[in-house]
Each structure stands twice: as C-alpha cells, then as structure tokens.
Design a protein. Structure first.
Length: 388
C-alpha cells in the first residue's frame, strides 16, 4: 500500500473527506518531497482520487523529481503578479471542488507539539489559527478533524524508500563521526571540533547517492563536564586537554530524513576503567539491538540494555535507552524506556544510546540507528574506532 493509500485509509476511518498537510515532515511523508520554506509546500490528500502537491513555481523542477502526481505551482517571493496567499487560496478552493470535499470534514495536523524543519531550517512553521482559518475558508467548512494520531502511526513503519534514504542519511552522518575521531584532539576547542564535523558532512554529503540538501547539527563536550553529558549540552570555546574525554552529539538531516548519533573518545590515552566503561556501553547497545525484534516492547529492550551494563559492573544512567527516529530527530514512538509499552514492528527505525556517567571518570555514550527486523536491530551505519 502506498503512502497516499495509507493516508486515504486513515481518512476513511475518521470519516473525513480530505486532509491538508502543511508541516514539512508530513508533506515529505505524503509526496516524498522536502519543501524549501515552511508553509509554502502543501499536500492535499482526498479520500478518493489523486493527491496534490502545491509548491512555489521555482521549486517545480525539483518537486517533479520526487512527486509524479498532481503538482500545482504558485508565485512566491515576487510581487509582480498574483500573490502567494491569493494563489494558495485559489488552488485549495479548486481542489475542494474537484474532489467534492467542499463543505465536508477536513483533516489537519492539529497536535504536533514538536516539528521538523524544512530545508530552510531557520524558520519551521506551525499549524495554528492561520492554517485552520485557511482550511475552513477554502473548503467552506467548520468541520475539522485532527489527524495527528493517524499520521504518527503511519510514520512509525518506514517504507523501503524511506529505509533507503535513511541509509544514505546514516552514511552521511558517518562522515561526521569519522571527522570527530580525527579532530577530537588536545589543543582544539569544542567549537572547532563541532565545525569540522559539520564541514565534513556538508562538503561530502551533498550529492552523496543523490542527496540534494544536507544539514548537520553537532555539539561537542569535553573534560570533567562529560560526567553530566546525559544533559543536552552546548559546545564552548574550551580547549580540549590531553587525555580529556570528548563526547559528540550529532543530528543529521538529508532531504528530510533524520539520524541521531553519539560518539565518545579520549584525546590521548584512556584508562583501564574508561575502557571498561565504554565496553559496558557497547554491551548495552548490543543487548538492546538483539532484543529489538517485532513484538518486543520498549520496556523489554530497555531492560535488556540495562542488564548488560549491570553485568559489566556499571550503572546505566536512567535516561531512555532509545527512541524512534526518521521523519524527525526524535520521533514520539517507540520509546525504549523502563516499562515502556510501545510494541516494536518490523521496519521501525530506532536508536540505542546507553550511557555511563561518573564523576572522576567522565561520560561515555555510544548511539546508533537501526531498523527493526526479525533478527533484531540492524545498524544503518557503523564506525570502527575505539577510545584512544
């Protein structure tokens, strides 16, 4: 079943006549196209018939490469003709009439508290009063239904196309992970290391297996503060010192598909205790991946990871063992947490990120992305290096 067919099935289940999607991640879900400017790419999916993608006219060549269906364009940016708001209003009214949805029940993205950005990522858009008023006006209705639960459920299991693009995203992330290993040395600042990671990914990622737009979000922490590295940290102008523990948190987005990674190294020579800590973390990750089979709950995966870390003589910090990823940096499901009830399904993409944090030792976390299979979690990218 295609994504559009899945969305149409969801419309049938909630008794809606069409849905209007304006968040970049959901336009990508429906059409495979990652819009440039938030709110200026819209997907309209009727309960029956062909879905439509609306984009600014200058995006048409790229959109055609991703979406073979009904594509409608409008002027944007320029002011020597019809305005973008007027054109969008006109096109939505046309689609409402063409699909017999005028006066009907229309689905919208009503409950997305977190959203992924479009390609111009400085200004992600929200679906609030303005979008709701636009839908009510153009579809001549007061009957709106929130289709967020259906969208979240459909996004959980990735298609073969999604998995292929996520593999590419993870391979691009590996460029940054390898650059981190190379540049996390004494004398460099945390900010310099983060810049080197992002530079390697942007330079090497554009064009990698057809990737059009790559975004990298690296943060680096070093020294004794890594013992609190379970927090979301921000890199500084601090210079890495000899034998410091150095930790990288890395988000990667390639054409709208996301990955999430962490690596830890030592800028010099690790102690025996530090090697044991990383070995315990890797054992926890391996146990989580082995448990990540269809039917397993997030709680069971979490418990397997914690048991492996405990068997190695350490305590895994009580942040989550992992979470879903793919259409967003952190997806809402599944959550790999103590007593988590989310059941895994084949084709879900998860991350595992067990961590050990001790004063005087430092923080050690290792995070990778994997697709759930009958044999357990299959990694989408790997690195081959140790602490030193």
């Amino acid at each position: 079943m295609s994504r559009v067919e899945q969305l149409q099935q969801a419309l049938d289940e909630v008794g809606a006549d069409a849905m209007v999607l304006r968040l970049a991640e959901n336009v990508l879900l429906a059409t495979g196209y990652w819009v440039q400017i938030g709110g200026l790419g819209i997907a309209v999916v009727p309960r029956q018939g062909e879905a439509a993608l609306l984009v600014p006219e200058y995006e048409e060549p790229e959109a055609r490469g991703s979406w073979p269906g009904d594509l409608r364009t409008f002027p944007a940016i320029r002011f020597d003709g019809e305005s973008a708001p007027a054109a969008i209003d006109r096109i939505l009214r046309q689609l409402a009439q063409e699909h017999g949805a005028a006066g009907g029940t229309i689905g919208y993205e009503g409950s997305f508290d977190s959203v992924a950005p479009p390609r111009l990522d400085g200004e992600p858009n929200a679906v609030s009063g303005g979008t709701q008023a636009l839908i009510r006006s153009t579809f001549s209705t007061e009957k709106l239904v929130d289709v967020t639960p259906a969208l979240e459920a459909i996004r959980l299991v990735k298609s073969e196309h999604d998995l292929d693009r996520l593999r590419v995203t993870n391979q691009i992330a590996k460029l940054g992970l390898d650059a981190f290993k190379e540049h996390a040395v004494a004398g460099r600042t945390e900010a310099e290391v983060a810049a080197a990671v992002e530079s390697a990914m942007v330079a090497g990622g554009h064009g990698y297996e057809g990737a059009r737009t790559v975004r990298a979000y690296a943060t680096v922490l070093s020294g004794p503060e890594t013992a609190a590295g379970w927090q979301y940290f921000l890199h500084r102008a601090r210079r890495i010192e000899q034998d410091d523990v150095v930790m990288l948190e890395l988000g990667t987005c390639a054409d709208g598909y996301w990955s999430d990674h962490t690596r830890t190294v030592v800028a010099g020579t690790a102690t025996d205790r530090q090697r044991q800590a990383l070995a315990a973390v890797l054992a926890g990750a391996d146990a989580a991946l082995a448990a990540a089979k269809p039917g397993a709950t997030g709680g069971e995966v979490d418990a397997a990871s914690r048991a492996a870390v405990a068997a190695a003589g350490f305590e895994q910090f009580p942040h989550h063992t992992g979470h879903g990823t793919g259409f967003r940096y952190h997806e809402s499901r599944p959550q790999l947490v103590p007593a988590g009830e989310h059941a895994l399904e084949a084709g879900m993409v998860i991350v595992t990120e067990p961590g050990i944090y001790e004063e005087g030792l430092g923080g050690f976390r290792w995070e990778d992305d994997a697709v759930v299979t009958a044999e357990g979690g299959r990694l989408l990218a790997e690195t081959d290096y140790g602490l030193d």
